[in-house]
Design a binder for this molecule. Structure first.
Ligand code: ATP
Ligand code: MG
Length: 567
């Protein structure tokens, strides 16, 4: 399957692959992998890596492995494995039969470590963790050799075997690569490659009490799987010499590590450690809280996989870190839902509207198309009657300039229905709050147009009270109040949490066509935004809708401003 004709926009990684293919490196094979650690749910940053790795495999007719990088038993679990698998699938990618676990390589990795010891390239160090740090030196000062560096091969083999057998406590011994304590690259100063951890592993149980470190595991897992291009984020640039060193010492197949800039997104955090903290401290309802930047959260919020894929395409792949404006992500979902979401009417903050001259008991079924630009989406019947509700915001007793909606004496169009003129306002005697408005309708304006061609400036949406369905709506705002909550190292990102990131409205009226709406289905509530039927709480708790995104698209405005500046 060769999809290169489709030529998606290229980037420096694809250019490297093109050059490799030209010289027939790896016999023309392209093999990538996505290697998450199962210690949390995937977030939108991971989506960038998923789209990149699986996307490259698809484009070049290659393969992409899903590999769980599960060498640190603390915090890893099967729940996370399952969530990651379902998120990758939901995003639209398929690893087929190429599902791997680094933990399946534990024996093989152990044998590689033994090989390094035999070759005099690794030794058991018995400094304690504090001493190891001291001996390591600093960026400006070279480290010094561990007193255990000169241990004989026999002694090292014996100690390493006994480490495996569980004879020693955590922190008493580690296995270190013997490289160069004076290297300007701190990663090369005899890095630890195995440590004792007496924690059961979610897959291997208590078979092991020593676990290989990331730098040792990752390159060898890539090598075992025959990965050609091992794509990772920029933080690992300084680990590349170690990646190469391990593979060179062991003289095994040598994939190429390539680094790219990780995704940072404004108004949120993309670090599993921070996301775990949000979940554990109860600032969100869980990993799938619709305010979370996780794929589970975005999905529950109403995001489509297409919008996320499109977002990942648009941000591209660069070699320099930056923060992507969250409005670009919001723009992508708006664009997608604008095309595909049926339009319906719902009133979030209801105000009763009574049409005094409309016959009591009369009901008309008005035809309302699901999409103004797409007649193929069909239409539904919306019942109209004497008592409706409208949005509180759509009425002002004392309207300011440029307020074109309903006000005393003012005529507006009720969407798909009639022109109505406000004749009376009923207020609560105690509070003075408007509780009901009365109107007169013009029977000649059925469908929303008048035969005399007179114009009304405002069109408002409505729901017939007797026919409506009750619902709950959850309005989400950004989780953080500042663009870069992780920006200040010594300040806790939590202090920037937005206390108003969730508003729940419980007396919402929706049109009857939404009865039985499938969990997860998406709609545009006219004039209000895009909403999705909450897949967790609907239908048990009645109809619950999550607002995916408002209609206002400031990104589109920014873009058109930029275009006009360029043009
Ligand atoms: P976190 O910083 O959230 O803990 P991680 O790198 O520790 O992320 P892994 O499970 O190791 O999480 O990540 C799996 C893959 O996803 C890695 O290849 C990693 O480079 C990539 N990845 C993680 N975060 C991002 C991001 N923000 N942008 C792009 N790729 C990412
Ligand atoms: Mg990681």
């Amino acid at each position: 399957m060769n999809k290169t004709e489709a030529t998606p926009s290229t980037d420096f990684i694809r250019e490297i692959i093109d050059e490799d293919l030209e010289v027939n490196k790896n016999e023309g094979r392209v093999a990538t992998r996505f290697p998450p650690e199962p210690n949390g749910y995937l977030h939108i940053g991971h989506a960038k890596s998923v789209c990149l790795n699986f996307g490259i495999a698809e484009q070049y007719g290659g393969t992409c492995n899903l590999r769980f990088d599960d060498t640190d038993p603390s915090g890893e679990s099967m729940e996370y494995v399952e969530s990651i698998k379902s998120d990758v699938r939901w995003l639209g990618f398929d690893w087929s039969d190429r599902l791997f676990y680094a933990s399946d390589y534990f024996e093989q990795l152990y044998q590689y470590a033994v090989q390094l010891i035999k070759d005099g390239k690794a030794y058991v160090c018995s400094l304690d963790p504090e001493e190891i740090r001291e001996y390591r030196g600093t960026l400006t000062n070279p480290g010094k050799d561990s007193p255990y560096r000169a241990r004989s091969v026999e002694e090292n083999l014996d100690l390493f075997k006994r480490m495996r057998a569980g004879e020693f406590e955590e922190g008493t011994h580690v296995l270190r690569a013997k490289i160069d304590m004076a290297s300007p690259n701190m990663n090369m100063r005899d890095p630890t490659i195995y440590r004792i951890k007496k924690i059961p592993h979610y897959r291997t149980g208590d078979t092991w009490c020593i676990y290989p470190m990331y730098d040792f595991t990752h390159c060898l897992s890539d090598s075992i799987e025959g990965i050609t291009h091992s794509i990772c984020t920029l933080e690992f640039e300084n680990n590349r010499p170690l990646y190469d060193w391990v593979l060179d010492q062991l003289k095994v197949y040598h994939p190429q590590q390539i680094e790219f800039a990780r995704l940072n997104l404004s108004y949120t955090v993309l670090s599993k450690r921070k996301l775990v903290e949000l979940v554990e401290k109860g600032h969100v309802t869980g990993w799938d809280d619709p305010r979370m930047p996780t794929l589970a959260g975005l999905r529950r919020r109403g995001y489509t996989p297409e919008a996320i894929q499109h977002f990942c395409e648009r941000i591209g792949v660069a070699k320099r870190d930056s923060i992507v404006d969250i409005e670009l992500l919001e723009h992508c979902i708006r664009e997608d839902l604008n095309q595909g979401a049926p339009r319906v009417m719902a009133v979030l903050r209801p105000l009763r509207l009574v049409i005094d001259n409309y016959p009591e008991g009369n009901v008309e079924k008005l035809d309302a198309p699901y999409h103004p630009q797409n007649p193929d989406m069909g239409s539904r019947e919306v019942p109209f009657s004497r008592v409706l509700c409208i949005e509180r915001d759509d009425f002002r007793e004392d309207p300011p300039k440029k307020f074109f909606r309903l006000a005393p004496g003012r005529e507006v169009r009720l969407r798909y229905a009639y022109y109505v003129t406000c004749t009376e306002v009923v207020k609560d005697e105690q509070t003075g709050e408007v509780v009901e408005v009365h109107c007169a309708y013009d029977p000649k304006t059925r469908g929303g147009w008048s035969p005399d061609g007179r114009k009304v400036k405002g069109t408002i949406h409505w729901v017939s009270v007797a026919h409506s369905l009750p619902g709950e709506v959850r309005l989400y705002d950004r989780l953080f109040q500042v663009a870069n909550p992780s920006g200040e190292k010594d300040r806790d990102f939590m202090r920037y949490l937005n206390p108003n990131s969730l508003e729940t409205l419980t007396s919402v009226f929706v049109e009857p066509s939404l009865g039985g709406a499938a969990p997860g289905s998406r709609y545009q509530f006219e004039r209000l935004g895009y909403f999705c039927v909450d897949p967790v709480d609907s239908p048990d708790t009645g109809l619950v809708f999550n607002r995916t995104i408002t209609l206002r698209d400031s990104w589109a405005k920014i873009e058109s401003k930029e275009r006009s500046r360029e043009g």
